[in-house]
Design a protein around this ligand. Structure first.
Ligand code: ZN
Length: 151
């Protein structure tokens, strides 16, 4: 049994109902720990176990970051975010899982977001499942970026 929780999700062995998006190389799941003011915080991770960005090929990193951008737009539609903060940890003191993952945090005016974040709380499974469904729906019909067609 693979001890890496993200590899187990990627293999479909756990939490299949939390996966909001899956391609051949990346998947999107709601984060376990979230602040109430940043509901919808999601993770983008590679399907294959990659520990660090330095170990990942550029095409994979490109797909991860492009997917993070799509998730950010979906969070506007699914959770009313007005923007996002995207980050990743590499051997950070508070990092729990050594499987590369990018955090995409939905932001709103007055959310008082900060890092590292002492207000992150473990979210229950049903809440995360509902977030996954909302993100999945928003990812299927990406919202307009608002840039319009003029110019
Ligand atoms: Zn892994």
């Amino acid at each position: 049994m693979d001890p890496c929780p993200f590899c187990r999700i990627a293999a479909g062995l756990e939490d299949a109902d939390l996966v909001a998006l899956r391609t051949d190389r990346v998947l999107v799941v709601p984060a376990l720990r979230q602040r109430r003011r940043n509901r919808g915080h999601a993770l983008v991770l590679p399907v294959d176990h990659v520990a660090r960005t330095a170990d990942a090929d550029p095409a994979l990193l490109g797909e991860i970051l492009r997917t993070a951008g799509r998730v950010g737009l979906a969070q506007r539609a699914a959770f009313g975010a007005t923007g996002t903060t995207t980050f990743l940890n590499e051997d950070a003191p508070d990092q729990v899982l050594p499987h590369l993952h990018v955090h995409v945090v939905p932001r709103r005016a007055g959310d008082r977001f900060r890092m590292p974040d002492p207000e992150g709380e473990v979210q229950d499974r049903e809440e995360r499942r509902l977030q996954g469904l909302a993100l999945a729906a928003a990812l299927r019909s990406p919202p307009s970026t608002g840039s319009g067609g003029r110019g």
